[in-house]
Design a protein around this ligand. Structure first.
Ligand code: NAD
Ligand code: HSE
Ligand code: NA
Length: 447
């Protein structure tokens, strides 16, 4: 009789509950239908769990799973061989519990990108020292095996760029705002109800979750230390239905992208709403689905698409990580020894080059356009298109009696230029008093 891999699970919420149910379902199958046991050569058995309350375990109705009050106590529990952390948060109790498990020589699986982005290097060093696994496929791209693909599938390749839609909540919100014309707030509440959003959804909508994920992918792809502070971050909270509509008219769709790219001055890591041409694979990825495009050097790009958030999608990746531990497969967490990871630095966004979508509220008086054109020309910015949009409720031709007071929305699309030039030109234009409020600026990713 083969010994099962005995697992302790801390966190029984959206993801932890799904993992517990999945493991129990496999164990309750007749041995020939327990595909996990068949594939791993041994069953994977949940033996103990921890959560804020024992009621969470009772509510799952699992057989024979012990409740342990303290996550760190569970991590050190002599019965368990592998510890799964699904509580979340970049500090304790998640951090101390994982440290306790590694120090006790137990392999760890986590979906906690916040913790990995902040302390991944130290935790990987602890796993290396203990000779155990620290697996985190669920932390990036949900069920998409992107960690495995970068770390193992391309072990012999270097990379030019890795980028993608890495936050299911944001993609869900942008998709529903566009297709159902729902408000930002309604879409966010729905994403929370469906279990996609973080406990604090600011992490999703302000881009921090995507930043943590791209920092992890940058480490795997480019061998830099994971560092969320090295990532330039902008979220989607300023995107309006007007931007989504204008994007579609111009042949784009707005996506929150995480991008890690090799440049002459180092590895640029950035997260921001992006205009993606409608004919690109990422533009067609809608709802909670995630997608990652990997560009190995000298190779055509490869795009992986799949469910990026929610209990079932995330549990699938957690269980796959446990399967590796059950099989005795151990890989260095970031694909190379921690001592070989290089220091990272914040992306110099001023040097970023590309096209820009700029939406201005132009004050309706003579000379406004000449002033805007002059300051763009001063910074050598050429325009691909200019679209003057109607004010809300105003028919074409402009019958608004207050039109001299109401600023008119103007959309500019630039040819490739630098971030620095755009920022300088817009600052001058604002100082001249020809626009109301702050311009909306969205970067265009054409290549
Ligand atoms: N929900 C998703 O779609 C998703 C996807 C990928 C990764 N993740 C990550 O998975 C982790 C869990 O997310 P979730 O959505 O399941 O969260 P959740 O809020 O639904 O569940 C959290 C669980 O952790 C337990 N917990 C929290 N603090 C605790 C404490 N101090 N002591 C003991 N138990 C504690 C709670 O009781 C609960 O059982 C997070 O790191 C999250 O970022 C979530
Ligand atoms: N809140 C995250 C969960 C998956 O990591 C998202 O929406 O993508
Ligand atoms: Na994944």
């Amino acid at each position: 009789m083969v010994e099962p891999l005995k697992v302790g699970l801390a966190g029984l919420g959206t993801v932890g509950g799904s993992v517990a149910r999945l493991l129990q379902k496999q164990e309750s199958n007749a041995s020939e239908s327990n595909i996990l046991a068949t594939r791993c050569g041994r069953p994977i058995r949940l033996v103990a769990a921890s959560a804020k309350t024992k009621g969470e375990l009772d509510a799952l109705g699992l057989d024979g799973v012990r409740f342990v009050d303290s996550p760190s106590g569970l991590a050190r529990d002599p019965e368990i061989e592998a510890f799964v952390e699904l509580m979340g948060g970049e500090g304790d109790p998640a951090k101390s519990a994982i440290e306790a498990a590694l120090a006790a020589g137990k392999s760890v699986v986590t979906a906690n990108k916040a913790l990995l982005a902040r302390h991944g290097v130290a935790l990987a060093a602890a796993a290396e020292k203990a000779g155990v696994s620290l697996n985190f496929e669920a932390a990036v791209g949900g069920a998409i095996p992107v960690v495995k693909t970068l770390r193992e599938g391309f072990a012999g390749n270097s990379f030019d760029r890795v980028y993608g839609i890495l936050n299911g909540t944001c993609n869900y919100i942008l998709s529903r705002m566009e297709s159902e014309k729902l408000s930002f707030g309604d879409c966010l509440r729905e994403a929370q109800r469906l279990g996609y959003a973080e406990a604090d959804p600011t992490f999703d909508v302000e881009g921090f979750d995507t930043a943590q994920k791209i920092a992890i992918l940058a480490s795997l792809a480019f061998g830099v230390q994971v560092d969320p502070d090295a990532v330039y971050v902008e979220g989607i909270s300023s995107i309006t239905p007007e931007d989504l509509e204008a994007a579609a008219e111009l042949g784009y769709r707005i996506k929150l992208l995480g991008v890690a790219v090799r440049t002459e001055s180092g590895i640029e890591q950035r997260v921001h709403p992006t205009m993606v041409p409608l004919d690109r694979p990422l533009a067609r990825v809608m709802g909670v689905t995630n997608a990652v495009t990997i560009e190995p050097a000298g190779f055509p790009p490869i795009t992986l698409v799949g469910p990026g958030a929610g209990g079932a999608a995330t549990a699938s990746a957690v269980v796959a990580d446990l399967a590796d531990i059950a099989r005795g497969v151990r890989t260095m967490p970031f694909g190379r020894p921690v001592s070989q990871l290089a220091g990272s630095r914040r992306a110099p966004m001023q040097r970023h080059e590309g096209g820009y979508y700029i939406r201005l509220a132009a004050v309706d008086r003579p000379g406004t356009f000449a002033t805007i054109a002059k300051h763009l020309a001063d910074e050598h910015i050429s325009l691909e298109s200019i679209v003057q949009r109607r004010r809300n409720g105003e028919p074409h031709g402009g019958s608004d009696p207050d039109r001299t007071q109401t600023p008119a929305p103007v959309i500019l699309v630039t040819y490739a230029t630098s971030e620095d030039a755009v920022r300088k030109a817009l600052s001058e234009i604002k100082n001249r008093g020809v626009i109301a409020g702050n311009p909306q600026v969205i970067r265009i990713e054409k290549n």
